[in-house]
Design a protein around this ligand. Sequence first.
Ligand SMILES: [Zn+2]
Length: 453
Amino acid sequence: MAIKLEIHATDPEVISLVQRYWAMNEECKPVENVSAMLPFREILKPHALAAYIRTQCTAFDENQNCSVCGCELSITSRSEVKRFKQHPLWPCSACKAELDEARRVAEAEAEADLQRRVAKHAERITALTTNYSALPDDLAFILLALRGAISPSLFGGRFTFHDCRALSPLYSEMFITRLYKAGVISDDPRATGSSAYFVNANGLNYYREKARFFLVPDELLGGGEEAFNELVVRTYTNKQSLLALWYDYTMADCMAYLHNQLEEYRQVFPLHKTEEIKSAIYTALKYYSTRDVWSMLWRVVQTVSSNSNYKYSNREKSAGTIATKLRLQFEKARNEKTDLGVWNRLKSLPAGALGQVFYELYGIDETTDASVIIKKLSDENPIERDETEASIDAQVKELMACALANGSGAAAIYDFAELVRNGASTSEAVEQITEIYAVKCADEVSTCSENES
Ligand SMILES: [Zn+2]
């Protein structure tokens, strides 16, 4: 028999009833129907009899065992009886109580450890300072924009990542994280509360959406608006880092536009292709203004939207081709000089605080040509006209003499103008033209002298 009984009753009639109720045949099926045992004293209904039996004994099934100690598991209904030995899946009640207690102790220890770590972290944070003047240009620039995005809570206040969303049309957290990594802003455990923290293999961590941050004070000037003003008047010397920041910002601006358009045309965004799409946008931004890239993205969304209705396609499949389609649009625009039209900023996608600072300091925005942006955010200091003239004087004399001598003066001037139009500086253009026309001249002179000898 697969059932073992622990009978609590002493009344022989009840003992006999319990044994009849739990009696099983060779197939582990009940020998008797419950109705055959009714009525029993004042009990008239089957479910009432089953409930009564449960109070008079505990039944154990030898075919079901505790996953920890291996003892037989108790069952409460005849339908739970198993004919064959079962793979142990759960613990008996004694083992479960032990496991629960062990888990409770471990959780309490982990909680105490978390509290200890958070308290220690809070102590460290209180003493934190930074050096605003040593801040790299791109981070100083982001900080300046952050003031525009969350002022006045930047000074002395606490803010969340979500509060900073006015920094950029998308990916504000990408810029905030840079400030965090550089130690310019920090999480504040006292304002955040320990529930926003957790411990993993790397130590103490915070949940980004729960943490509250603050501006770390300058080691000399403190954390007030005064200290910040020092930062505002700085001269940006590393424009290359601002150019990289511009590309990150405009990439976010284009991604925001893409999301908006996909939603507009009820298409999906292919999350697994995010990096590929970003990369295609970066490439296009090196040659086109932000609004030109919007125009390309608009065309891409039109194609993706119409392709998604094809017989063997769907929205997911079609969205998967966005990056490739953008690269095709870009190549087409480059090769065929496509007219990309005039695209205006959508009212629902403001430029954000970063865009504002770029406009205030450099006069650039979504309409500015890529070549102008590269020039404005270039590390070269503009050279005075006198200095330029003096530096190219010798080369120009040689160039003109040679070009005139072999009758290619007009061609040289034409090529020079073409180079300048394509973004070369005056001295760069002179140098390149000299290389072509002065070499021709030297070759011809040497040929002449050979003929004469
Ligand atoms: Zn057990």
